[in-house]
Design a protein around this ligand. Sequence first.
Ligand SMILES: [Zn+2]
Ligand SMILES: [Zn+2]
Length: 324
Amino acid sequence: MHCLDRAHETGFKSKAFVRALEVARSLPPDELAQRADAGTLTDLEGIGDSSAKVIRQALTGGDVAYLADLEASTQVAITAAGAVYRDALLSDLHLHSRWSDGGATIEAMARTAVALGHQYMVLTDHSPRLTIAHGLSAERLEQQLADVATLNQQMAPFRILTGIEVDILEDGTLDHGDDVLSQLDVVVASVHSKLRMAEKEMTERMVQAVANPNVDILGHCTGRLIGKRDPSTFDADYVFAACAQFHTAVEINCRPERLDPPRPLLQIAIEYGCYFAINSDAHATGQLEWQPHGCNRAADVGVPLDRVLNSWPLEQLLAWVSAN
Ligand SMILES: [Zn+2]
Ligand SMILES: [Zn+2]
């Protein structure tokens, strides 16, 4: 599952695969074998060509080969220059769990982060406005903080920082009040609605959010989905100048369908002296391995490595977010 998450951009295919496995498991074993022989697995609802292939390989004892293949073929490619950034990363500052729309528990995400060599991570589930993503109300967030405290005792010295991906509302205010946001270690603020707003309004909206003292990182700033949704339009000079002035880092979002900001915007952010965060925005454990996408881009445009927040030791990051 981990590899499938890593391999697929939307998570759809891995969900489809899980469903196919459920269908396969519900069949009597001889019917499964017969269908595999006869090539009629795909007649079953929920089993497509690739799932059928996996089932056939599993039945003939080829499962190990399949997994080895998958491991090799789903590795995210990294350039030599990108590897310098990836090697420097000590954490991931934007990721989701089952508490909102992620597919894995906080613990599973944390254990994967440890396995990837991270020293800490920030848990950033969605805020309540994003109802389709089961955004966290203040009450649920409080429960989550208690869970995180328990996990931190179990997983020390690894540290799960508390956080949220808070929606930037249409008027530039945030989807939680300062009373809630000020309790959290790190706040990522992102636009998820009205992405087609006129440039002037979008600029004001973003600048207001970026200027909020509780906001530490501006998430996927243009909201683009490559090939599906154009980037939103805003005055990059104003927005990145505000990011620099108010010490709000610009996220380099590593999701393959986002890769946000686009390179020209990233260059403008560098010119304004912004800070950056190279974040996976993972919604499943395998997606935590997407940071190379952002590292490659950071290297391409020459993001100063010492300005990348998640290359800093935990104490340095905590001092920066609390001072700014
Ligand atoms: Zn988001
Ligand atoms: Zn997110």
